[in-house]
Design a protein. Structure first.
Length: 306
């Protein structure tokens, strides 16, 4: 039986989208895939519909580096309304408790934020994309079903109060993958004995990519209408940019050919261990690792055929 041919162009690279509020990550992914007429696309960890900001999207072979962006550190800016707790931890949920905030001061809020610094454990919210028996928790939550969740370790590298006005505050958070900012908002509200929830949330950085690297759906759409696919292609970021924190290993053509056939090879000046970016001369060919024999071996190879 012949293999069904994929529709769309074989195009490889990253689009750093500035996601607008109200849309799901999968919805904007499909929009970008259609705009580029790409045959394959994937995102690097979803943003809530409420959230905006940096959402790296992978086209074609770039989907092979998506896991590394999923595992990367993130940065957020969040506005939190104190005095009101919701069942979802954000403004789209039902109010479940209200309390006065006139006892709060900037000093008290900053002191409360200190407890979130460093290595902490978070209980994932019911309104999350985590799955139980294949069903996303948020779907269960919408049915009024609550299931037990295990706390998860995350790291908060930095958390700062950047604005305080009335019963609303703004915070900036640098954190590890898997951190739920809505959980921080809810837990902060509990610590301040008044409740709290997310009013707005913006991801300002994902891995090496920042707001300055991002582009909106509206801009992409307008450029395609005015200048065609070539203009969109010029916006693509090379997939190895996503992992430029890994050491690079440049291989002679013959050695690269061995790697492409799954063999581990000995190369001079290799790191002692860990993952590396591999190049056939100047062309990125994938991600490798240093094996027990001190050789570089393929971990995730890129299809470099035109």
């Amino acid at each position: 039986m012949s293999r069904r041919r994929q529709k769309g162009r074989q195009i490889n690279g990253l689009v750093i989208l500035d996601k607008a509020g109200g849309a799901s990550s999968n919805n904007v992914l499909q929009q970008v895939k259609r705009l580029y007429d790409a045959n394959k696309a994937g995102h690097t960890g979803s943003l809530d519909p409420l959230a905006t900001g940096v959402l790296p999207l992978c086209l074609g072979e770039a989907t092979k580096v998506s896991q590394f962006l999923l595992d990367a550190d993130k940065q957020y800016r969040a506005r939190i309304k104190l005095g009101v707790r919701t069942d979802s931890g954000d403004s789209e949920g039902e109010v479940i408790a209200e309390a006065a905030t006139d006892h709060l001061t900037e000093v008290k809020i900053k002191q409360a934020l200190r407890q979130f610094e460093g290595d902490i454990e978070q209980l994932p919210p019911m309104y999350s994309a985590l799955k139980r028996d294949g069903v996303p928790l948020y779907k269960l939550a919408r049915q009024g079903i609550t299931v037990e969740r295990e706390p998860r370790p995350v790291t908060i590298y930095r958390i700062e109060l950047t604005d305080y006005h009335g019963d609303e505050i703004e915070i900036e958070v640098d954190c590890s993958k898997g951190t739920y900012i809505r959980t921080i908002a809810d837990d902060l509200g509990e610590a301040l004995e008044c409740g709290g929830h997310i009013v707005s949330l913006r991801r300002t950085k994902a891995g090496v990519f920042t707001e300055a690297d991002s582009v909106s759906i509206e801009t992409l759409t307008a450029e395609k209408e005015q200048l065609g696919l070539e203009a969109l292609d010029q916006r693509l970021i090379a997939m190895d940019e996503a992992i430029n924190d890994l050491p690079e290993v440049r291989l002679p053509d013959i050695t690269a050919s061995q790697i492409k056939h799954g063999q581990a090879v000995m190369v001079r000046h290799l790191p002692a261990d860990g993952l590396v970016r591999m190049y056939d001369e100047e062309q990125f060919i994938g991600i490798g690792f240093i094996d027990d024999d001190g050789k570089v071996a393929p971990r995730r190879l890129i299809n470099t055929a035109e």
